[in-house]
Ligand binder design. Structure first.
Ligand SMILES: NC(=O)C1=CN([C@@H]2O[C@H](COP(=O)(O)OP(=O)(O)OC[C@H]3O[C@@H](n4cnc5c(N)ncnc54)[C@H](OP(=O)(O)O)[C@@H]3O)[C@@H](O)[C@H]2O)C=CC1
Ligand SMILES: O=C(O)C1=N[C@H](C(=O)O)C[C@H](O)C1
Length: 234
């Protein structure tokens, strides 16, 4: 498979290592100053760039009918436009806030726990995410996915906020500590006990492997998909 890497930072470089090991070829590496590149050289594009350019990168792929896997977080206000463009162009697109197998299992646990807690009003929910100090967005895309899944499965919550509490709000705390690849904790607390679930990434390999697997999976398909489709869970 000929892969274009849109963004060649920490994730782009980790994806390159894994893609090469799986027998793929990197035909394009696009970073900040690369403007006039030919995306059609690639069978598939993998975008791990920055929030302000992700939508442009994705649109460029969809407009040229190159399937695109995006892991960039912090651009979701434009997600609906990417979905509409993908349908219009009959192209293929996946966005996931987290491509690791472990986090996608964690997403399912979080939904199940939220359903179980829905009628137990004595428990208050909160969430914490910890990432490295170079991260541009807060809260993390993964924390937003977790919060939205609680909102869809728990009758007491209809919103999330960073560093704010209130009725029907899921409070999220974002901590930045050097070199932490990504830790997410969902906690339900009552007067008598605490129930919490946690995912700790030890490095970036899991995110990168998931993105390459998604790229392999999407070839030959048309439509907008999720990591649940790729992994066949949920
Ligand atoms: N979904 C998931 O599983 C995961 C998602 N992420 C997300 O992926 C994104 C990237 O993370 P990470 O690799 O750690 O970040 P980095 O900052 O290491 O990499 C981002 C890269 O994008 C480059 N870039 C800037 N402008 C453009 C442009 N116009 N086109 C293409 N690339 C550009 C940057 O170049 P320069 O430095 O020169 O500006 C940089 O090399 C983040 O949004 C992060 O939250 C991260 C891990 C897992
Ligand atoms: O920026 C990161 O590093 C990560 N970003 C993603 C997010 O915002 O959830 C996924 C992972 O936690 C690492």
């Amino acid at each position: 498979m000929n892969i274009a890497l849109l963004g060649y930072g920490r994730m782009g470089q980790t994806i390159e290592q894994i893609a090469l090991k799986r027998g793929h070829k990197i035909v394009l590496k696009v970073d900040k100053d690369d403007k006039d590149y030919d995306i059609t050289k690639a069978d598939v594009a993998i975008d791990f760039s920055i929030p302000t350019v992700a939508f442009n990168n994705i649109s460029n792929c969809l407009n040229h009918n190159v399937p695109v896997i995006s892991g960039t977080t912090g651009w979701l206000e434009d997600y609906h436009k990417a979905v509409a463009l993908c349908k219009e162009k009959k192209s293929a697109f996946i966005y996931a806030s987290n491509y690791s197998l472990g986090v996608n299992i964690f997403f399912e646990l979080n939904k199940t726990l939220a359903k179980m807690m829905s009628n137990l009003k004595q428990y208050n929910v909160s969430m914490e995410e910890i990432h490295h100090t170079k991260k541009l967005d807060a809260p993390s895309g993964t924390a937003i996915s977790l919060a939205n899944d609680i909102i869809s499965n728990h009758e007491s919550f209809d919103n999330w906020k960073l560093d704010e509490t209130g009725e029907s709000i899921i409070p999220i705390t974002a901590k930045r500590i050097e070199d932490v690849p990504g830790t997410h904790t969902v906690t339900y607390e009552s007067e008598v006990d605490t129930v919490s679930i946690e995912h700790i990434a030890h490095n970036r390999q899991g995110f990168a492997l998931g993105a390459v697997i998604a790229a392999e999976w999407i070839i030959g398909k048309t439509g907008v998909f999720t990591m649940s489709d790729v992994l066949n869970i949920g």
